[in-house]
Design a protein. Structure first.
Lengths: 197, 270, 807
């Protein structure tokens, strides 16, 4: 649970003064003069994109000393013009969630728990397994009936029959592309993802 | 800075609750454990850490569903009962029209809650502080929209100078009236007019809102008549006695009454 | 949409919705699942636009509707067919548009027929169609023969008229439960206010008749002349942040990036592939192979074509079928990226069965999903599950740089805003590390099978992979100049084998020294919401697809308030506020190329009838395949025109053809089915605004759990009364496949329907919960059914039969 810090910084004085709008529509300097410290004071604003539906709404992350101070809609993104749905508006809670695993986890056959492993160990195990399954389930050729001629033929198919991959609509284009490329390079055409579901 | 208004056009609200989440995100308020109450509503009332929430009402009549969704928060009355009731002078008005609680002065006595027609302020009994929607005064005075207004995607929330927003509200009312004679503005006719003004598609009753909220008469006597004299003419002990008497007034059941009205309506509607 | 318009993408954009006069929102609950839509819908409403919502429930979207109709799940084609029939019978169509921009006048083969629920060419053995009779009559040059009038009995228009004549308002009403007068009101309202816009999402696609439902939309919009216009079109509101991008990148078994058909074992050589798919697909495949194998891809070695694994068409499982292939023992290793199948797959007991049969499961995600912990599900014994599981914690969206492509094909770039929490890795790094490790394990191998790994072009940086390098690979390079490709025009003009592109449709996104996906110019001088200088939309930064159809015979905009493009005779050029979607910008409106509004279709027109046809005009083929017709039409496997079939589990016989109850081509995966005597109620499942899909992220966000803490079953007051349940009581919902207990949400937003004279109840349940996370809850996919559309492969989540009782 997040600590209630509101009362700490919002010491309401009741004073007010004219505020000059800046590029983002507010003036941080004017704040200091009033005794109310705007939590965005001194933050750097970095735009990003929402991770939920396919709207592509712009997020704006307010960062100070490498830490996320606040997340809201990017007013300069023409799709959402600063607005956000509840899911997007909640995304600051992912940044420092204590529920996010800190390192790769391994569950042994038959075990009832995960144990921590290093990244190096995780990559090693995965790579070795890919090689092992690829080598033992490799189909280099298969016999087909040519649909045009009706003749039996042997064709090169180069498939790792035992490996399948579920790619993702939740990752960036570059990642999605490497998923596709990796799958086909190691020899699996069995590559699908949640676009169908 | 001129007086401000948040105009809440309930006819455009889709009940997405982004306003509630954005409020928590801006104000660093923790989530609370909830259960679904009725329809899609999960937050039952204001709490020290829930300053705005969406209420859902389903009215099905003549084969037509009227799905009334309404964002609730402090109205920021121009003439706030809570301010009159406050025992520690913690509640004050800004020239922008906001009603605020100075947390340094607040002792969490709860008089404000009991006298607010909507029981908006809520006291955290562990720290004896009462809190409620601040209207995002820190954002507003920095020239930004309140967090709830900024996030609203269907455009149900608008923010601006009071007069300008009032014109928008009137125009929208006229437009809606063409097809819905029940449409009405809620907030301009009571409590000195409120900073958060609603356009409702049905009677206030059907949203569980009191049709004509007023400051309890006891408060008016106390704050406007007795109290100004009190400091000058009445001795300390007399003040104490008067204070005790008035406290009973102040702790009166106005808010309870308002709530009952709303509840009885709900039962009748089902 | 691909078989209708040539591309499978949403036609317009979010911002463009403000230009509409009427919305038909049917199969989308956009106020909940795509809330940004409501910003622009409400902007159009402020200018007077009307909103029609058709849904099994009165949703939060319906709260904004002028007209709402409650429909029985899975019966959309019935009322949409009635709308098509009504438009044709009452001449409410746009005759100029229909004659010039659709295949209405094209003559259909005399062999084509439709009888008692089946089109010509059906093979009851294989349950597949031979499409050869769904063809045009062709002239000596292989071009379709056009009729002189819409009254020609052979023409597409007359075929359409005959086919849909069975769809009266009366029949439609009996099937759907929507009163006849309301269907007429919807039809009249939508035809009267142009441009009209149609939204759909999973409500339309999660059926065994998914593609044909969308085909109805395409036919309606083509008849009314609403496609290619600002404020018009069909908006396929896609479900995930980058599902457009991930399908562009071919995370599907039937494609390679850029929608290149995936080579099968029938295409033994690159030449065979070109002969089958035409030079239009040959060129991008060569460009892709060059991107993948770099200098090792040469004309002599077929650019590495033999290194690609080839599909076996008789064993091409789609994702919902993967788990059966695991249980059967084919798959030993699953690499699972950001997908929570344990919650999301229908009839989900199949998932645990499959995963338990694997040797290893690898899951990469931000939070520990139910899939990664499938062996921990209550009721399973971990000791009996031999699967090794490796979980890789992934960086979140704002912790890494990269691009995502939104529903309207807009490629938006973002930089990392904060470093990954706890030093977790972006998915890009994981994939980079894994590939390099695998390559190292094969180092020195002379086995030909290892060549694709050893000869691959894979260089995205030494330590951390650089996403910009990957985007540049997508946008591609001109191998003659050695520079990044500047525009899609440069790609199209280049001879085969001289360009390399990771995804040819993205060409132009990274000209030399630039990243157009990172553009921030948000000016909107036209007020039409085109925002041309903001990021980059594929193809070629076009914001409204098929915009040639917004112009008349002289190439001038038909709607002076919504000008997209026009022909400028002074410059001899198509110009405009949007990028012109024309085959050649220099070919005037009176030339064959300049007339084409749907240039990705081989006919160049929109397809009311999805005929089998191959032709083309844009060839730059190498000599060896010069004679090959170069462009094939997108096909609908289950019929050239939509037909209504009952859902696989349905409470009633098919009124149109009792002998063909369901889609005869549906892919059935589940093994257990219920009948209406035991399971009398129709269940429909959906997402809610507060959670996202399988909830892997959102059920770990406390603020969202506060506003939606638990799943529920929405039932009508009548049903609640019948089973003796009050609001909030626990109920058990069961199907032939499983059951779960949730609390009832008793509501007037669902009413008892009258279906073919009988009362019918609908139950609605959100599906985003699973046994793990901060907010666990029972999974609705215990009861849903795994039966898929034959074309799209989408399972029928939207309707199955259930029973309900007080728990």
């Amino acid at each position: 649970m997040m600590e209630v810090t509101r009362r700490g910084f919002l010491k309401l004085s009741g004073l007010s003064a004219a505020v000059i709008a800046s590029g983002l529509g507010f003036n941080l300097e004017a704040k200091a003069a009033q005794g109310r410290v705007l939590k965005l004071a001194g933050t750097t604003k970095i735009p990003s994109i929402c991770h939920f539906c396919s709207g592509g709404c712009g997020l704006l992350l307010h960062i100070k000393d490498g830490k996320l101070i606040h997340l809201d809609g990017n007013p300069d993104n023409p799709i959402n013009e600063g607005t956000l749905c509840p899911k997007a508006a909640s995304l600051a809670q992912v940044a420092y969630s204590p529920d996010r695993p800190k390192n790769p986890l391994y569950r042994a056959p038959g075990s009832d728990k995960f144990v921590d492993i290093t990244w190096e160990e995780a990559y090693d195990r995965i790579a070795k397994k890919i090689k092992e399954v690829r080598d033992k389930t490799w189909v280099s050729t298969e016999e087909i009936i040519n649909a045009t001629t009706g003749a039996k033929e042997t064709v090169t198919v180069n498939r790792a029959e035992g490996i399948c991959m579920i790619g993702s609509a939740e990752v960036d284009n570059e990642e999605s592309y490497l998923l596709s490329k990796l799958a086909r390079l190691i020899g699996t055409p069995f590559h699908e993802h949640q676009a169908r579901i | 800075m001129a007086r401000k208004m948040v105009f809440i056009d309930t006819s455009l609200c889709t009940g997405c609750k982004a306003c509630s989440v954005a409020c928590k995100a801006w104000n660093d308020l923790p989530a609370e454990k909830t259960k679904r109450i009725v329809s899609y509503q999960t937050q039952a009332d204001f709490t020290p850490t829930t300053w705005t929430y969406v209420q859902f009402r389903e009215n099905y009549k003549n084969e037509k569903m009227q799905f009334n969704m309404i964002k609730l928060q402090c109205f920021h009355c121009a003439d706030p009962a809570c301010m009159k009731a406050c025992s520690s002078d913690a509640i004050y008005k800004t020239e922008t029209g906001y009603t605020l609680i100075d947390q340094d002065k607040c002792i969490g006595c709860g008089y404000c809650t009991k006298n607010c027609p909507w029981e908006v302020p809520k006291t955290d009994s562990k720290i004896n502080k009462t809190s409620k929607c601040t209207g995002c005064i820190d954002r507003v005075e920095a020239g930004m929209k309140p967090a709830c207004v900024q996030t609203c995607q269907p455009g149900a929330l608008q923010f601006g100078d009071y007069d300008e927003m009032m014109a928008v509200a009137q125009a929208r009312l006229a437009e809606l009236k063409l097809s819905n004679h029940k449409a009405n503005l809620y907030g301009d006719q009571f409590m000195g007019s409120t900073t958060y003004l609603y356009l409702l598609e049905d009677t206030p009753y059907s949203y569980g809102l009191h049709p004509n909220p007023v400051s309890p008469i006891s408060l008016t006597i106390w704050k406007d008549l007795v109290h100004p004299l009190g400091g000058i003419a009445i001795g300390a002990s007399a003040v104490a006695i008067a204070g005790g008497v008035v406290a009973n007034f102040v702790m009166g059941n106005y808010a309870k009454r308002a709530k009952k009205i709303a509840e009885s309506h709900n039962e009748g509607g089902k | 949409m691909s078989p209708s318009f040539g591309r499978g993408a949403m036609t317009n954009s979010w911002q463009d919705m403000q230009n509409s006069e009427c919305f038909l929102i049917a199969g989308s609950n956009c106020a909940e699942c795509h809330p940004i839509a409501m910003k622009w819908v409400n902007r159009a409403r402020a200018k007077g636009a009307k909103v029609i919502v058709v849904d099994p429930r009165f949703t939060r979207t319906a709260s904004q509707a002028d007209i709402f109709a409650q429909i029985r799940p899975g019966t959309d084609i019935a009322y949409l067919g009635a709308m098509i029939n009504y438009y044709i019978e009452n001449k409410l169509y746009d005759e100029y548009y229909v004659k010039n921009f659709t295949n209405a006048l094209y003559k259909i083969s005399k062999d084509f027929a439709f009888n008692d629920g089946l089109f010509s060419g059906f093979d009851p053995e294989t349950k597949k169609y031979d499409y050869s009779s769904w063809a045009y009559q062709l002239d000596a040059e292989n071009k379709p023969i056009k009729a002189s009038s819409l009254d020609d009995p052979d023409c597409v228009f007359q075929k359409l008229k005959t086919h849909f004549s069975r769809y009266t308002f009366e029949v439609a009403s009996k099937i759907t439960g929507i009163p006849q007068e309301k269907i007429k009101l919807i039809a009249d309202t939508f035809a009267a206010a142009k441009p009209g816009n149609i939204f759909y999402a999973l409500g339309m696609t999660q059926h065994t008749t998914a593609v044909q439902g969308i085909r109805c939309y395409a036919i309606i919009q083509l008849l009314l002349g609403n496609v290619g216009k600002a404020g018009g079109g069909i908006q396929a509101l896609r479900g995930e942040p980058n599902v457009q991008g991930s399908t562009d990148m071919a995370n599907l078994n039937a494609n390679l990036p850029g929608y290149i058909p995936y080579p099968t074992n029938q295409e033994k050589t690159l030449h065979d592939f070109a002969m089958k798919n035409g030079s239009v697909q040959h060129k991008p495949l060569v460009a892709l192979l060059k991107a993948w194998f770099g200098k090792n891809a040469t004309a002599e070695n077929e650019y590495g074509y033999q290194w690609l694994p080839k599909n076996n068409p008789s064993n091409m499982p789609i994702q919902p079928q993967f788990f059966n292939k695991m249980a059967e023992g084919q798959f030993k290793l699953l690499l699972n990226w950001g997908s929570n199948s344990t919650v999301s797959i229908p009839d989900r007991k199949l998932v645990a069965r499959g995963l338990s049969a694997l040797e290893m499961l690898v899951v990469a995600d931000v939070f520990l999903t139910e899939t990664a912990q499938f062996w921990r599900e209550p009721g399973l014994n971990p000791a009996e599950i031999p699967t090794e599981v490796i979980f890789l914690p992934a960086a979140f969206v704002y912790e890494k740089a990269g691009s995502m492509t939104n529903s309207s094909r807009l490629i938006q770039w973002k930089e990392a805003a904060i470093p990954p929490l706890n030093g977790v890795h972006p998915d890009l790094d994981m994939l980079d590390h894994i590939f390099k490790k695998v390559r190292a394990l094969y180092a020195g191998s002379n086995d030909p099978k290892d060549e694709p790994i050893l000869k691959a072009n894979w260089d995205y940086g030494d330590h951390e992979a650089d996403p910009l390098k990957v985007l540049q690979e997508l946008g591609g390079y001109n191998d003659v100049t050695g520079k990044p490709i500047a525009s899609i025009g440069e790609y199209l003009a280049a001879p085969v084998g001289t360009v390399s592109t990771g995804c040819w449709i993205y060409t132009g996104v990274t000209p030399e020294g630039q990243n157009l996906a990172d553009r921030r110019g948000n000016a909107d001088p036209t007020g039409l919401g085109l925002n041309k200088d903001y990021a980059f939309a594929w193809p070629g930064n076009i914001r409204v697809l098929y915009n040639r159809a917004s112009c008349d015979a002289y190439g001038q905009p038909v709607d002076p308030r919504r000008k997209l493009i026009w022909w400028d005779p002074a410059q001899n050029l198509w110009v405009g506020n949007d990028g012109p979607d024309v085959a050649d910008k220099t070919k005037g409106p009176d030339t064959p190329e300049g007339k084409q509004a749907f240039r990705m279709n081989p006919e160049g027109v929109g397809r009311l009838f999805a005929a089998t046809y191959k032709s083309g005009t844009l060839a730059t083929p190498p000599e060896s395949i010069a004679a090959v017709p170069i462009r094939g039409a997108g096909m609908t496997v289950d019929g050239p025109m939509p037909e209504f079939y009952e859902p696989i589990e349905s409470p009633t016989p098919n009124l149109l053809h009792p002998n063909v109850q369901n889609n005869p081509l549906a892919k059935i995966v589940s093994t257990d089915f219920g009948n209406p005597d035991e399971y009398p109620y129709v269940l429909t499942t959906y997402g809610v605004v507060e959670h996202f899909c399988a909830g892997a992220i959102t059920r770990n966000i406390p603020w969202l759990n506060e506003i939606a803490p638990e799943p529920y079953a929405e039932i009508s007051r009548n049903l609640a009364h019948k089973i003796g349940v009050k609001e909030g009581d626990e109920v058990e919902v069961s199907s032939a496949r499983g059951k779960l207990v949730v609390r009832a949400l008793v509501t007037d937003r669902i009413q008892t329907l009258k279906i073919n004279g009988k009362d019918q109840e609908t139950i609605g349940m959100p599906w985003s919960w699973g046994f793990a996370s901060l907010s666990p809850g029972p999974s609705t996919n215990n009861v849903t059914m795994n039966a898929c559309d034959p074309g799209a492969g989408t399972p029928e989540y939207k309707c199955c039969l259930v029973n309900i009782r007080r728990a």
